[in-house]
Write a protein that binds this ligand. Structure first.
Ligand SMILES: [Zn+2]
Length: 185
């Protein structure tokens, strides 16, 4: 659980880090680059391989017309997240609610935290489907969102993955912002 708890013990770490990098980039623009910093290193981007995206799509299409989902294990480099593993989780909602609700159990959560720690990875996000709805976060998604997580939403239209987008909760929790999603190597 340690990595997860640290996120909440340092709620402003993300903002301070962003501020630091912006100051550093501004200074390097004026005084020249001494450290080889590349601006694109600090953009908020999610990278996922074609293979992992394929595994997500296969799971979510099989879950249709219900919602499916799972966790994303990966690594951070500044604000850039690279997805290394996907971990489907079971739908704990009653069958009549499953078409629009998805959640994890505390046991799922602890198992994933331990696995990520053991492998030198972090729990970096959550993915789920919106059956026959756009790949845009719902109000339910916003209320339940974690601040440091990246959210990958797949629109599954008539059983086929049709759109795949990445989102992150704004610092004041008032909305989701769309972030860049790179699929490939
Ligand atoms: Zn949703």
């Amino acid at each position: 659980m340690t990595a997860f708890l640290r996120q909440f013990q340092e709620p402003h770490g993300h903002i301070l880090r962003l501020f630091y990098f912006r100051v550093r980039l501004a200074a390097e623009a004026i005084f020249g680059t001494a450290s080889g910093t590349r601006y694109e290193d600090y953009l908020n981007i999610v990278h996922i391989s074609t293979e992992l995206r394929g595994r997500i799509f296969t799971q979510l299409q099989a879950a249709y017309p219900n919602e499916g989902g799972g966790f994303l294990l990966g690594s951070h480099r500044n604000d850039r997240v690279t997805i290394r593993e996907v971990r489907p989780i079971s739908n704990v909602y009653a069958p009549e609610e499953q078409f629009h609700r998805y959640a994890m159990t505390p046991a799922d959560w602890m198992r994933l935290e331990d696995e990520a720690d053991a492998r030198g990875l972090a729990l970096v996000g959550y993915y789920h489907s919106h059956p026959d709805h756009p790949a845009i976060p719902s109000e339910f998604d916003r209320v339940h969102a974690l601040p440091n997580f990246r959210y990958l939403i797949t629109s599954v239209q008539a059983g086929t993955a049709a759109d795949f987008r990445a989102w992150q909760l704004s610092d004041d929790r008032s909305r989701f912002d769309e972030i860049e999603l790179h699929v490939g190597v």
